[in-house]
Design a binder for this molecule. Structure first.
Ligand SMILES: C[S@@+](CC[C@H](N)C(=O)[O-])C[C@H]1O[C@@H](n2cnc3c(N)ncnc32)[C@H](O)[C@@H]1O
Length: 330
């Protein structure tokens, strides 16, 4: 079949629809449409304390690319609805979480501006999207990996813990396990600690603000037997830094027995016009930020040199080139 070249209007409308997908998810419109198959834009706006004109505009943006069908204020799922529903958190990551980075692309490209903290992203919005990306894609492989561990553990530390969701799930399933959440962003740590408190579990978790690339030993790390790290392993790179960081983890967590490292790698060899959903935003976004993204092959080449042995690799369905490495001290 001949490929259709998108028109400027297609491209423009898709750009407007992308934040509308994130907004429709966050306001509950996508879930309502999935369950009820129909909603009235005005009633939806009133029920959720949204401005009716702006809410209808959001649905128009979605209708322009076939995510919904709109007749006046009646909204139904459109031909792209199911696929967009499955991938909603990628749009949210792009527009709500990373929107400011992409908006400032002209300034971010300039060499002279690339010093200090030269871009902004919304850490809380990113952890909101990541929770969903985890639930849909990484968690099935994560629980397969957990079930496959030939060891028990009493304390787990999650590096770059974000919203604390992974730790929450682990302490929920393993009643005697204690959790340590480590993140560089104090806002997400506050959020994670609040969630543990709200669930009546504040005694089960400790949260530490630290840069895990240059982590220093602490008394509370001595008990840690299982390390997990999801969707931030690329921050350890480039290679020399990654090897030093992975060695640093061995020193900071002297009693660790397993390390589950889940991340999305840089794809290798997919033509620009054939990239699947998320990959382009992830790879362009990290290039803008100056964060090196390793390929799966590059990951494989560092473990032994950094004091870790790769026991096995679990594939994650999406995003492209996402995996969970099961590692143990070499
Ligand atoms: C994409 S989010 C993933 C959050 C969580 N691991 C998950 O799977 O949902 C990346 C997290 O890593 C944190 N992070 C990034 N670089 C870090 C570093 N050098 N040290 C500690 N945390 C870091 C960010 O603040 C953010 O919470």
């Amino acid at each position: 079949m001949e490929e259709m070249t998108p028109t400027a209007a297609d491209i423009f409308n898709a750009a407007v629809a992308a934040p509308a997908i994130g907004a429709a998810w966050e306001t509950g419109a996508l879930d309502d449409l999935r369950e009820l198959r129909r909603l009235d834009a005005e009633e939806f706006a009133h029920a959720h304390e949204l401005e009716p004109g702006a809410t209808l505009a959001m649905f128009r943006a979605l209708a322009s690319v076939g995510v919904v069908e709109r007749h006046s204020s009646t909204i139904r799922p459109g031909p792209s609805f199911d696929e967009v529903y499955r991938t909603r958190s990628f749009f949210h990551w792009l527009t709500q979480g990373s929107g400011e980075l992409f908006r400032r692309m002209p300034a971010v490209l300039r060499e002279k501006n690339r010093v200090g903290q030269f871009y902004e992203r919304d850490a809380v919005a990113i952890s909101y999207a990541c929770r969903d990306i985890n639930a849909a894609y990484f968690d099935p492989a994560f629980w397969r990996a957990m079930d496959g561990l030939d060891t028990t553990f009493t304390t787990v530390a999650d590096l770059g813990c974000g919203s604390g969701e992974r730790l929450m799930q682990i302490v929920d399933r393993h009643r005697d396990v204690r959790a340590v959440g480590i993140d560089i962003a104090s806002a997400t740590l506050d959020y994670a600690a609040e969630r543990f408190a709200a669930a009546g579990l504040p005694h089960r978790a400790t949260f530490v603000e630290a840069d895990v690339r240059i982590i220093e030993p602490r008394p509370e790390y001595r008990a840690v037997e299982l390390l997990t790290c999801f969707m931030m392993g690329h921050d350890f790179w480039p290679e020399t830094n990654c090897i030093a960081s992975l060695q640093g983890l061995r020193r900071a967590f002297p009693n660790v027995r397993k390390f589950l490292l889940g991340d999305t790698a840089r794809t290798d060899g997919i033509a620009d016009a054939d990239l699947p959903v998320f990959t382009l935003g992830f790879e362009v976004g990290h290039a803008l930020m100056g964060v090196y993204l390793p390929t799966l092959r590059e990951w494989d080449a560092v473990f032994e040199r950094a004091g870790w042995h790769r026991v096995r690799t679990y594939d994650v369905e999406m995003p492209a080139d996402s995996v969970i490495f099961e590692l143990e001290p070499a």
